[in-house]
Ligand binder design. Structure first.
Ligand code: ADP
Length: 160
Protein backbone atom coordinates (compact mmCIF):
# COMPACT_ATOMS: atom_id res chain seq x y z
CA UNK A 1 0.00 0.00 0.00
CA UNK A 2 1.23 3.49 -0.84
CA UNK A 3 1.32 5.54 2.35
CA UNK A 4 0.51 9.22 1.96
CA UNK A 5 0.91 11.22 5.16
CA UNK A 6 -0.16 14.74 6.05
CA UNK A 7 1.73 16.82 8.63
CA UNK A 8 -0.25 20.01 9.18
CA UNK A 9 0.36 23.12 11.24
CA UNK A 10 0.66 26.88 11.18
CA UNK A 11 4.46 26.75 10.97
CA UNK A 12 4.82 30.41 11.95
CA UNK A 13 7.67 29.72 11.52
CA UNK A 14 9.01 26.19 10.94
CA UNK A 15 11.19 25.09 13.88
CA UNK A 16 13.88 22.43 14.16
CA UNK A 17 11.30 20.36 16.09
CA UNK A 18 8.92 20.46 13.12
CA UNK A 19 11.75 19.68 10.70
CA UNK A 20 12.81 16.67 12.78
CA UNK A 21 9.25 15.28 12.61
CA UNK A 22 9.15 15.87 8.82
CA UNK A 23 12.49 14.08 8.29
CA UNK A 24 11.43 11.12 10.43
CA UNK A 25 8.03 10.89 8.72
CA UNK A 26 9.78 10.96 5.33
CA UNK A 27 11.75 7.87 6.41
CA UNK A 28 8.58 5.99 7.32
CA UNK A 29 5.97 6.98 4.71
CA UNK A 30 6.12 6.95 0.89
CA UNK A 31 4.90 10.51 0.55
CA UNK A 32 4.71 13.31 3.11
CA UNK A 33 2.76 16.51 2.52
CA UNK A 34 3.47 19.40 4.87
CA UNK A 35 0.15 21.25 5.02
CA UNK A 36 0.41 24.92 5.91
CA UNK A 37 -2.87 25.90 7.53
CA UNK A 38 -4.49 29.08 6.31
CA UNK A 39 -6.14 30.74 9.29
CA UNK A 40 -7.26 34.24 8.45
CA UNK A 41 -8.16 35.02 12.06
CA UNK A 42 -4.73 34.28 13.46
CA UNK A 43 -2.17 37.09 13.26
CA UNK A 44 1.07 35.60 12.01
CA UNK A 45 4.65 36.82 11.90
CA UNK A 46 5.12 35.45 8.39
CA UNK A 47 2.68 35.54 5.47
CA UNK A 48 1.31 32.29 4.22
CA UNK A 49 3.62 32.44 1.17
CA UNK A 50 6.70 33.10 3.34
CA UNK A 51 5.86 30.14 5.60
CA UNK A 52 5.51 27.86 2.59
CA UNK A 53 8.76 29.10 1.03
CA UNK A 54 10.72 28.55 4.26
CA UNK A 55 9.49 24.95 4.52
CA UNK A 56 10.27 24.33 0.85
CA UNK A 57 13.84 25.59 1.36
CA UNK A 58 14.38 23.56 4.54
CA UNK A 59 13.00 20.32 3.06
CA UNK A 60 14.63 20.59 -0.39
CA UNK A 61 16.85 17.59 0.50
CA UNK A 62 13.82 15.31 1.03
CA UNK A 63 12.55 13.99 -2.34
CA UNK A 64 9.28 12.51 -0.98
CA UNK A 65 8.21 15.69 0.85
CA UNK A 66 6.16 18.48 -0.65
CA UNK A 67 4.50 21.56 0.80
CA UNK A 68 0.86 22.44 0.24
CA UNK A 69 -1.73 24.87 1.52
CA UNK A 70 -4.47 23.57 3.79
CA UNK A 71 -7.70 25.58 3.75
CA UNK A 72 -10.96 24.94 5.54
CA UNK A 73 -11.71 21.94 7.72
CA UNK A 74 -8.64 19.74 8.12
CA UNK A 75 -10.71 16.55 7.94
CA UNK A 76 -12.12 17.63 4.56
CA UNK A 77 -8.62 18.22 3.27
CA UNK A 78 -7.59 14.75 4.46
CA UNK A 79 -10.72 13.09 3.02
CA UNK A 80 -10.47 14.81 -0.36
CA UNK A 81 -6.77 14.33 -1.02
CA UNK A 82 -6.20 10.59 -0.61
CA UNK A 83 -4.31 10.64 2.70
CA UNK A 84 -4.19 7.46 4.78
CA UNK A 85 -2.04 8.84 7.62
CA UNK A 86 -1.97 12.08 9.60
CA UNK A 87 1.27 12.69 11.50
CA UNK A 88 1.41 14.70 14.72
CA UNK A 89 4.30 15.50 17.05
CA UNK A 90 4.06 15.06 20.83
CA UNK A 91 6.19 17.14 23.15
CA UNK A 92 4.55 16.88 26.56
CA UNK A 93 1.44 15.84 28.46
CA UNK A 94 -0.43 19.01 27.47
CA UNK A 95 0.17 18.14 23.79
CA UNK A 96 -1.16 14.66 24.57
CA UNK A 97 -4.42 16.02 26.02
CA UNK A 98 -5.25 18.22 23.04
CA UNK A 99 -3.99 15.71 20.48
CA UNK A 100 -6.09 12.91 21.98
CA UNK A 101 -9.21 15.09 21.72
CA UNK A 102 -8.42 16.00 18.12
CA UNK A 103 -7.71 12.37 17.16
CA UNK A 104 -11.02 11.23 18.66
CA UNK A 105 -12.92 14.03 16.92
CA UNK A 106 -11.28 13.15 13.63
CA UNK A 107 -12.34 9.50 13.93
CA UNK A 108 -15.87 10.82 13.36
CA UNK A 109 -14.99 13.25 10.59
CA UNK A 110 -12.76 11.05 8.43
CA UNK A 111 -14.63 9.12 5.74
CA UNK A 112 -12.13 6.28 5.37
CA UNK A 113 -9.81 4.52 7.77
CA UNK A 114 -7.20 7.17 8.35
CA UNK A 115 -4.69 6.67 11.14
CA UNK A 116 -3.27 9.48 13.26
CA UNK A 117 0.36 8.58 13.95
CA UNK A 118 2.20 10.31 16.79
CA UNK A 119 5.95 10.77 16.75
CA UNK A 120 7.58 11.64 20.07
CA UNK A 121 9.50 14.92 19.91
CA UNK A 122 13.25 14.46 20.01
CA UNK A 123 14.43 15.29 23.55
CA UNK A 124 16.52 18.19 22.28
CA UNK A 125 13.45 19.81 20.69
CA UNK A 126 10.83 18.92 23.30
CA UNK A 127 10.79 22.51 24.60
CA UNK A 128 10.78 24.15 21.16
CA UNK A 129 7.72 25.96 19.80
CA UNK A 130 7.25 28.63 17.15
CA UNK A 131 6.05 31.09 19.81
CA UNK A 132 9.07 30.53 22.00
CA UNK A 133 11.44 30.85 19.02
CA UNK A 134 9.85 34.20 18.07
CA UNK A 135 10.25 35.53 21.60
CA UNK A 136 13.84 34.39 22.06
CA UNK A 137 15.04 35.59 18.67
CA UNK A 138 13.24 38.95 18.84
CA UNK A 139 14.99 39.61 22.16
CA UNK A 140 18.38 38.84 20.65
CA UNK A 141 18.80 35.31 22.04
CA UNK A 142 20.59 32.54 20.17
CA UNK A 143 18.11 30.91 17.80
CA UNK A 144 20.43 28.36 16.21
CA UNK A 145 19.08 25.50 18.32
CA UNK A 146 15.46 26.52 17.66
CA UNK A 147 14.92 27.11 13.95
CA UNK A 148 16.65 26.10 10.67
CA UNK A 149 19.30 28.52 9.34
CA UNK A 150 17.12 29.79 6.48
CA UNK A 151 14.33 30.63 8.96
CA UNK A 152 16.71 32.32 11.39
CA UNK A 153 17.99 34.56 8.61
CA UNK A 154 14.46 35.72 7.77
CA UNK A 155 13.49 36.18 11.43
CA UNK A 156 16.39 38.51 12.03
CA UNK A 157 14.95 40.80 9.36
CA UNK A 158 11.50 40.96 10.97
CA UNK A 159 10.10 42.84 13.93
CA UNK A 160 7.90 40.75 16.24
P1 ADP B 1 -0.30 24.91 15.25
O1 ADP B 1 0.39 26.24 15.31
O2 ADP B 1 -1.28 24.79 14.14
O3 ADP B 1 -0.78 24.39 16.58
P2 ADP B 1 2.22 23.77 15.42
O4 ADP B 1 3.15 24.40 14.48
O5 ADP B 1 2.29 24.18 16.83
O6 ADP B 1 0.79 23.92 14.81
O7 ADP B 1 2.38 22.20 15.44
C1 ADP B 1 2.13 21.32 14.37
C2 ADP B 1 2.47 19.91 14.84
O8 ADP B 1 3.85 19.85 15.17
C3 ADP B 1 1.75 19.45 16.11
O9 ADP B 1 1.51 18.06 16.02
C4 ADP B 1 2.75 19.73 17.21
O10 ADP B 1 2.57 18.92 18.34
C5 ADP B 1 4.04 19.40 16.49
N1 ADP B 1 5.21 20.06 17.07
C6 ADP B 1 5.34 21.38 17.33
N2 ADP B 1 6.57 21.64 17.86
C7 ADP B 1 7.22 20.44 17.92
C8 ADP B 1 8.51 20.03 18.39
N3 ADP B 1 9.36 20.90 18.92
N4 ADP B 1 8.83 18.73 18.29
C9 ADP B 1 7.96 17.85 17.78
N5 ADP B 1 6.73 18.15 17.34
C10 ADP B 1 6.36 19.43 17.40
Amino acid sequence: MNTKALYAGSFDPLTLGHLDIIERAANIFDEVVVGVVVNLEKKTMFTFEERMEMIEEATAHLPNVRVSQCRGLLADYVNNNGFNVVVRGLRCMSDFDSEQQMAHLHEHLYHDKIETVFLMADAKYSFVSSTMAKQVISLGGNGEMLVPANVLKRMKGKAY
